[in-house]
Design a protein around this ligand. Structure first.
Ligand code: ZN
Length: 704
């Protein structure tokens, strides 16, 4: 296992603490200036070592070329005096109001063509305007601001680094400059107009200027191209910001954080964590149970997604929740104790789950709540006046634990590779968004499969289709649209010895959304040893679809494909006796094709479903679980590496739970166990007995 990479490419000492722990502090115009000195002292006493601040373009360049740095200078001075490093969150997304007048053509335009008027940013109590960086003059002005910013602070002792994209994601802009860039992109892709016209089924383009970004929806090639262009374009702008800052300041680390949105909003808002993480030196995520729900699998799946997309780089829980959320639409109707009003124990549990899944840094969205705007009172562990609370006391205990030198060994070891991978295929989601106007079939299938493994304490890692060669056991949910390259890649991978379990209608829709006339499409019928004999696209009627897998009941849903085996062997049947699943050997590998969406069926039936199906997938792959748990509510995972072997045990419920854990035989046997936090445990070879403390995570070092 490799050491964590250092941030600094020049070999200079990393200016950030080994384990950054803190909060977003200054979001102009909060907190009040008169409290800053006291707040920094409090934070420092409580164990915090990093603050992020929103460096709003609109809050600084108050007239063209005239900058007001006073509030920001003070943050870095106070940070330097209190041992709190500043992460500069650049915010060119909030441009000064005067830019609306100076660059009218560059103002961001929505799908209906209307220019976005100046706005108040609810998360920082500052106003601004939104510019499209496809316009050269606006981009040059933003670049000057970024360069001036980095030059001003690059030698400041209070500087820790930069964050170049807050919650990585953006909706496409429909201004003239973006349309021009889209035409350039299409020229590079198709070469000439007749080729593009043929691909798009649009034959009347006489000039490139006849092409406009599609404002319609639907599973059409122009919509798919526009989406792909937008996602690529958004990340090229991220690279531009990286390069501008890196050129001005060669020494300080550059990070960014997304929203763990790859499964839900990637097609709509370009939230592709793999692409974003590739552009920076470390990565991170915003996640809060009050917004997303507090079911135990949810936070794990989000952190696992960010760990997978970070590809070995360090990543932080860059916006963690430390307080309540009042009156927002996504909390209305929910009980108090489902993350809506964070308790100290909730905060502890959420932190520790992030670290258990691999995060090695944490910042609250707010150190203390905003006093203005719709998010008043939200998120911060400290009081409205900056005073300490029971939540901040818990936060302080966590900060001091994670940053203690006693934990240095723990952070050198990393989460082990999961027993199985779930494949992420971006084009499937792009197509689903185009076809359905949302991604729910896709995201529900992906997340449902994860839940099925999670409920068996199986660590299912998210695996990008580009990286399947790193794995030997994979599950592919909702594969209804695949490009030919993806289908070929799967075929080659199985042939070389992989085991693939695949849900229904693989590559039913192929390149540009066209249906294949042989199903499964693109030669996958040979891979799976079966052909389609019947298919139904009736998601509204298939909510209760079931089949049996060699006698085991399993839920499906969304679509239903029935098979006629060719060289494969039937292993599953719908209730009417038709064939639902086929096993096959192909080259040195094997496959199981299932004609419906088992992940979605699992997700849709929380009280009546069969997790044994997912345990059986692991058995088919010839894998043993890393850890088997006697108590299904408790989750256990292993970290391993140069710092030692650690067992993390999470108990999400609000009472202690006795549990027996059996480690997989690959881990060998252990002679003793050392508790790093929360309670005692006994080990006998591969068996660990303990009582998992309520709403907490235990960490044990296993000694051979
Ligand atoms: Zn634009």
């Amino acid at each position: 296992m490799e050491e964590r990479p250092t941030f600094d490419a020049t070999g200079k000492p990393n200016p950030l603490p080994a384990f950054p722990f803190g909060a977003v502090y200054f979001r102009k115009s909060n907190p009040p200036r008169e409290d800053w000195e006291r707040d920094y002292r409090t934070a420092s006493e409580d164990g915090m070592n990093v603050f992020r601040h929103w460096f709003l373009w609109s809050g600084i360049e108050i007239e063209p070329g005239r900058y007001d740095w006073s509030d920001y200078d003070r943050q870095l001075e106070l940070g330097a005096a209190n041992g709190i490093k500043a992460i500069i969150a650049e915010m060119i997304t909030v441009a000064p109001e005067w830019t609306y007048r100076k660059y009218p053509q560059a103002v961001y335009r929505g799908r209906d063509g209307t220019a976005r008027e100046g706005f108040m940013h609810g998360s920082c109590a500052t106003g601004g305007t939104a510019l499209c960086m496809d316009n050269g003059d606006a981009k040059a002005a933003a670049e000057t601001f970024l360069r001036t910013l980095a030059h001003r602070y690059k030698n400041h002792p209070g500087l820790g680094g930069y964050d170049i994209w807050n919650e990585c994601g953006a909706a496409p802009c429909y201004c003239a400059a973006t349309a021009a860039r889209f035409r350039e992109w299409l020229t590079a892709k198709y070469g000439d107009l007749p080729t593009l016209g043929e691909a798009w089924h649009r034959y009347g383009y006489a000039d490139w200027d006849d092409i406009f970004p599609p404002r319609h929806e639907g599973p059409w090639p122009d919509v798919l191209d526009w989406t792909e262009f937008h996602i690529e374009s958004a990340h090229l702008l991220m690279r531009w910001r990286y390069e501008v800052i890196r050129a001005a300041d060669p020494n300080h680390p550059i990070t960014a954080h997304g929203v763990a949105g790859s499964l839900t909003s990637m097609a709509e808002r370009a939230t592709d964590d793999w692409r974003a993480a590739a552009e920076v030196e470390s990565y991170g995520y915003t996640w809060g149970s009050c917004r997303h729900g507090d079911e135990p699998w949810k936070q794990f799946h989000a952190v696992d997604l960010v760990r997978a997309s970070s590809r070995g780089k360090p990543f932080w829980h860059a916006e963690a929740y430390g307080g309540p959320l009042w009156m927002a639409p996504n909390v209305i109707g929910k009980p108090r104790n489902e993350g809506r009003i964070a308790s100290p124990e909730d905060i502890r549990y959420w932190h520790m789950v992030s670290f258990m899944a691999g995060a090695t840094g944490s910042l609250y969205l707010r150190w203390r709540p905003l006093l203005d705007g719709p998010l008043f009172g939200a998120f911060g562990p400290y009081g409205m006046d900056g005073s300490r609370t029971a939540r901040s006391a818990m936060s302080s205990r966590t900060a001091k634990w994670v940053t203690s030198s006693e934990q240095a060994g723990l952070w050198k070891s990393r989460p082990v590779k999961g027993e199985i991978g779930i494949i992420y295929v971006p084009e499937t989601q792009v197509f689903t968004q185009a076809q359905q106007g949302n991604t729910s079939f896709y995201s529900q299938s992906m997340r449902g499969a994860y839940q099925g493994f999670f409920d068996n304490n199986i660590q299912a890692d998210w695996v990008h289709i580009r990286h399947i060669d790193e794995r030997d056991a994979l599950y592919l949910p909702f594969p209804v649209m695949l490009n030919r390259e993806t289908a070929d890649r799967l075929r080659v991978w199985v042939e070389a010895g992989g085991t693939l379990v695949c849900e229904g209608c693989p590559a039913y829709f192929g390149e540009r959304g066209r249906v294949g006339t042989t199903q499964p499409n693109y030669g996958l019928d040979e891979l799976f040893g079966a052909q389609e004999s019947y298919v139904e696209f009736t998601p509204d009627l298939l909510g209760d679809l079931r089949f049996n897998l060699s006698g085991m009941p399993v839920r499906g849903g969304i679509f239903m494909q029935v098979y006629e085996p060719t060289t494969g062997t039937p292993c599953g049947w719908y209730e009417d006796g038709r064939i639902a699943a086929v096993d096959h050997s192909f080259g040195r590998g094997k496959t199981r094709l299932i004609g419906t969406m088992c992940g979605a069926g699992y997700a849709e039936h929380p009280t009546d479903r069969w997790p044994t199906f997912f345990a059986d997938v692991l058995r088919l792959c010839g894998k043993e679980p890393h850890v088997t748990c006697s108590e299904p509510r408790v989750k256990a995972r292993i970290h391993d590496g140069s710092g030692g072997t650690y067992l993390w045990v999470a108990n999400p419920v609000r009472s202690a739970l006795p549990v027996r854990l059996e480690l997989g035989s690959a881990w060998g046997s252990f002679s003793s166990v050392r508790t790093l936090r929360s309670g005692d445990a006994r080990v006998n070879a591969r068996t660990v007995d303990l009582t998992a403390p309520a709403r907490d995570v235990m960490v044990l070092e296993l000694v051979k």
